[in-house]
Design a protein around this ligand. Structure first.
Ligand code: NAD
Length: 341
């Protein structure tokens, strides 16, 4: 039974804790910390956790009552607990992004390399989505030949708040595609470009340019277009199509009943991300817990994957300034991350 120390008690923590309490096995939440103590208290109460309220990140990570750490706090607060967990030789599941700067990601990678072991799993849950896994297996089996190009769509319904600015489309939405595309295509990025089509006049957020189109080019030449829209007004939608030398593989349209009635054929569309990836959230955490319980090497998205995503986001944000094609350069992949994929 692995003992979890949870840091950050906001929206995604509620999703994960609900899954841990109601669906997952082999774990218990023993310590909880949030900079807003009331948020931690509310979470403990809501899920009736038999957990202690920690006083700090450091106290939580180094508690004898914690075997593994889960980081669900704000984007810019992930680094400190991750480094502390590596230092303490404890596995750490962190929500994406690994860190908000490439320099901070490098620190995490250096800490793992120095320890000679991977401790980090990044919450790129799409890799655990059954449809994405089938898409990957289809490509890996060579059924469509070498992948040449692709198309992704990431459409949101939730009206953007003042928090959500032009950069957030990259850091909060595109970051999932930037992980999934190099995973599917088994190649590194050569460049990225962001373009702004005609602005959506229904977009209420003054500091958000919407929609956006991101184009990534891979080292072997494949090109993928990602359409990102925070104001879809019809629902939440994630699409991914990979076009290969001899076929096309794509995610199913929607996993919903088609209704044929009133001279129409229609189905419901998700409102937000929480429903679309329910299974993926459960499977990614169960995988992390199982590996921790068996004390096996983690096989989920690594710190190196987190680094790739952050570097790609940085370059995309640079491109947002003038729509230029920005080259993406990564240092050589350390030996510790060679066995992945
Ligand atoms: N994988 C996904 O699909 C997905 C979806 C949503 C959010 N996320 C990620 O999860 C993280 C949290 O997002 P959210 O939507 O739950 O945000 P949120 O604002 O609802 O919650 C964040 C919580 O972190 C707490 N916090 C802030 N700084 C802290 C610190 N230094 N130490 C401890 N707690 C701190 C806040 O008080 C708050 O309770 C973000 O990194 C986000 O990108 C991932």
């Amino acid at each position: 039974m692995v003992k979890i120390g949870l840091i950050g008690c906001g929206a995604i923590a509620h999703t994960h804790v609900s899954n841990l309490v109601n669906h997952l096995k082999g774990e218990e939440i023993t310590e909880v910390f949030d900079v807003v103590p009331q948020a931690a208290k509310d979470l403990i109460k809501e899920y009736q956790l038999n957990a202690h309220l920690s006083e700090s990140v450091d106290a939580l990570v180094n508690s004898n009552n914690v075997d593994v750490v889960m980081v669900c706090s704000r984007n810019d607060t992930h680094v400190e607990p991750i480094l502390a967990a590596i230092q303490a030789h404890k596995y750490v599941f962190t929500e994406k992004p690994l860190a908000t700067t490439a320099a901070a990601c490098k620190k995490i990678i250096a800490a793992e390399v120095a320890a000679g072991q991977r401790f980090v799993q990044v919450g790129f849950m799409r890799r655990y989505d059954p449809a994405y896994q089938e898409l990957k297996a289809t490509i890996d089996q060579g059924l469509i030949g070498a992948p040449l190009m692709g198309y992704c769509r990431h459409f949101m319904t939730v009206p953007p708040t003042s928090y959500f600015k032009t950069e957030n489309t990259i850091n909060d939405s595109f970051i999932h595609e930037s992980d999934i595309i190099h995973w599917l295509f088994k190649d590194d990025y050569a460049s990225v470009q962001v373009q702004f089509p005609r602005p959506n006049s229904l977009n209420p957020a003054a500091e958000l340019k919407d929609p956006q189109i991101v184009t990534v080019k891979m080292k072997q030449g494949a090109i993928v277009n990602v359409y990102l829209n925070q104001n879809s007004h019809y629902g939440y939608e994630v699409r991914c199509q990979v076009i290969g030398e001899k076929g096309i593989a794509q995610l199913p349209e929607v996993n919903r009943l088609d209704l044929h009635a009133d001279r129409k054929i229609y189905h419901d569309v998700d409102y937000d991300w929480s429903n679309r990836f329910v299974e993926a959230y459960q499977r990614e955490l169960q995988d992390f817990i199982d590996h921790a319980n068996r004390q096996e090497a983690l096989t989920g998205p690594t710190a190196w994957d987190g680094y790739i995503a952050t570097v790609t986001s940085d370059c995309a944000i640079q491109s947002q300034k003038n729509e230029a094609v920005v080259p993406i350069e990564l240092p050589e992949r350390p030996e510790l991350y060679q066995t992945k994929e």
